[in-house]
Design a protein around this ligand. Structure first.
Ligand code: ADP
Ligand code: MG
Ligand code: MG
Length: 210
């Protein structure tokens, strides 16, 4: 089982739809602990990516992901634009020139993307950010490959772990981003960025599973 160019293009197309459908939900989550724009930001960014997909049609996976990152960087403000923009740029650079990725290369791609967003935002675990979904997802993906799982099973494990990580942000007090300004009042709310991260991984898994 491989991740193909076609999978990546379908993934990005679906993300445009998913962020549009969940615009109000993500914005409501951000209204509780931020400035009520995460859904607006994600919808704008992935909507722009959707508009570019025809121009991505003939590119390799690395170039598609890198260009996606550039579109996000140039169209989304706030914290999430640079963070997800850097994620896709670095993910693309890690798989430059490739038309398919096996499970190990898919992990390498995701790890490079997360390393990029970490270098940008400097989140650590329990800061109540998207990293609290990404980190356990990568751990679960790696562990699945370690016990011989294929790409689809590794993505299942990553999606489950990301969901747990997302729910685990609820009792956390935010230490990064706008939510940190709320101090203890950030406790009791699910992090919007961790939620959009779960949408991203779920969509990737669903595309690979067909
Ligand atoms: P903004 O907070 O600028 O309005 P968004 O609302 O689009 O941007 O995104 C907020 C999300 O960004 C948060 O829910 C959190 O997951 C993530 N975030 C904010 N700051 C950081 C950071 N320093 N590192 C990692 N993620 C962060
Ligand atoms: Mg916001
Ligand atoms: Mg904002």
């Amino acid at each position: 089982m491989q991740l193909t160019r076609k999978h990546v293009l379908t993934w990005l197309a679906r993300l445009g739809d998913i962020m549009r459908e969940n615009k109000a939900y993500l914005t409501d989550l951000d209204a509780a602990i931020g400035d009520a724009d995460h859904g607006i930001n994600m919808d704008r960014g992935f909507g722009k990516v959707q508009e570019k997909l025809a121009a991505f049609e003939d590119k390799d996976i690395g170039a598609i992901l890198k260009d996606t990152g550039m579109v996000l960087l140039s169209s989304v403000g706030g914290a999430s634009g640079p963070l997800y923009g850097t994620f896709f740029m670095k993910a693309g650079l890690a798989v430059a020139g490739k038309d398919t990725l096996d499970a190990t290369e898919t992990l390498t791609m995701l790890e490079a993307g997360v390393a990029g967003l970490v270098s940008r935002g400097r989140p650590v675990l329990q800061d109540k950010t998207m990293y609290d979904a990404w980190a356990p997802a990568l751990d679960a993906f790696r562990a699945a490959l370690g016990k011989g799982d294929d790409l689809a099973l590794a993505l299942d494990a990553a999606v489950d772990a990301a969901g747990e990580g997302m729910r685990a942000t609820i009792p956390m007090q935010a230490r990064k981003g706008r939510a940190s300004y709320l101090g203890e009042r950030s406790i009791g709310h699910q992090d919007p960025g961790a939620t959009s991260t779960v949408f991203m991984l779920t969509a990737l898994r669903d595309v690979v599973r067909g």
